[in-house]
Design a protein around this ligand. Structure first.
Ligand code: FAD
Ligand code: NAP
Length: 314
């Protein structure tokens, strides 16, 4: 028979927001259960150096997340490798179904499901995903040793991916739809100084061109945003780095969302439109989207949940 687990606080997500909520909820003696999801450790496990986590001048993203997990565990948080496939917030205790078959009931829920990479939505992008088209340089960069690579985007992720890919590629072309990057200045400086990187301004990806047998990318066709002129750039790898979208599918018809799916919280808190349900990190933040701000919101969510549960017990 399928197992049902009850907890005072169910934390969904294992990025900086989830693990920090785990630390604080454990120290409040709430004996939380944290469900990790498909990406244990969250987005930082897809990057290399992190240089803006306070206390570490430089730390590898995956290593930082292993430490956060160990910290939450050491404080007493139960960490479970499962994926929540269904969440019912219509009555308390709230009910979540796990992919493992386990059901979870909870007096309070902390949502920390973060964000996922966005895609452009081109048919050719879809056709070559995993065959030259990727959204993760740390995962796939190694396959393009000595090859030419194209990166699409102009934010921190695109610039970091382009810089990282120079470890493997003979040349990296950064294609951006404007002539100004959104990335931090320090990253821009590194990009502009790098001899292997060439920016291509005012262009968007029009089509990925490749072969079927063996399946692989041969080039991209990019389009000038004003003139419409098409240019073909030979390359073996295309990295799409155009941002991330909030992972709010579980709650999209149950909680108020805004700005394209970000879960709405009351200003200065992590309270969502349903009492007892709290949201933290990139899932709720369309502005800052940093590890440290996510961790801060994870702390707030645990404190908000503790206060909520104490009021219910009165
Ligand atoms: P995430 O890290 O997105 O984690 C979400 C978690 O939710 C995952 O564990 C996932 O498995 C889980 N989840 C999702 N759905 C479910 C479900 N249905 N059931 C159970 N679990 C679920 N920020 C910085 O401050 N410094 C950096 O140097 C930096 N570099 C970055 C580099 C890259 C390539 C990227 C993509 C982002 C970077 N960021 C950086 C941003 C930072 O990673 C995010 O702001 C941060 O990870 C958000 O934390 P989070 O806890 O909200 O969610
Ligand atoms: P982002 O900041 O939203 O940037 C997305 C980039 O992709 C923008 O340059 C945008 O162009 C471009 N873009 C979006 N849609 C496009 C489309 N359809 N076609 C072509 N280009 C498109 O996303 P991000 O770079 O992934 O960063 C997400 C968050 O994580 C940010 O808050 C960032 O600071 C954080 N992060 C931090 C670090 C770090 O601190 N080192 C590293 C990585 C990420 P426009 O500029 O024209 O809008």
């Amino acid at each position: 028979m399928a197992e049902t687990r009850h907890t005072r606080v169910l934390i969904i997500g294992s990025g900086p927001a989830g693990y920090t909520a785990g630390v604080y909820a454990s120290r409040a003696m709430l004996e939380p259960i944290l469900v990790q999801g498909i990406e244990p450790g969250g987005q930082l496990t897809t990057t290399t150096e992190v240089e803006n986590w306070p206390g570490d001048t430089e730390v590898q993203g995956p290593e930082l997340m292993v430490r956060m997990e160990a910290h939450a565990k050491a404080m007493g948080c139960e960490i479970i490798g499962d994926i929540i496939t269904d969440l019912d917030l219509s009555e308390r205790p709230f009910t979540a179904k796990g992919d493992s078959g386990t059901s979870y009931t909870a007096d309070a829920v902390i949502l920390a499901t973060g964000a996922r990479a966005k895609w452009l939505g081109l048919a050719s992008e879809e056709a070559f995903k995993g065959f030259g088209v990727s959204a993760c340089a740390t995962c796939d960069g190694f396959f393009y040793r000595g090859q030419e690579i194209v990166v699409i985007g102009g934010g921190n992720t695109a610039v970091e991916e382009a810089l990282f890919l120079t470890n493997f590629a003979s040349k990296v072309t950064l294609v951006h739809r404007r002539d100004e990057l959104r990335a931090e200045k320090i990253l821009q400086d590194r990009l502009f100084k790098h001899p292997k990187i060439e920016p291509l301004w005012f262009h968007t990806l029009d089509e990925v061109v490749g072969e079927d047998d063996p399946k692989g990318v041969e080039a991209v066709r990019v389009k000038h945003v004003e003139t419409g002129e098409i240019t073909e750039i030979p390359c073996k790898g295309v990295f799409i780095a155009i941002g991330h979208a909030p992972a709010s599918e579980l709650v999209k018809d149950q909680l108020e969302t805004h700005m394209g799916g970000y879960v709405k919280v009351e200003a200065g808190s992590t309270r969502t439109s349903t009492p007892g349900v709290f949201a933290a990190g990139d899932l709720t933040d369309h502005i800052y989207r940093q590890a440290v701000t996510s961790a801060g919101m994870g702390c707030m969510a645990a404190l908000d949940a503790e206060k909520f549960l104490a009021e219910q017990d009165d």
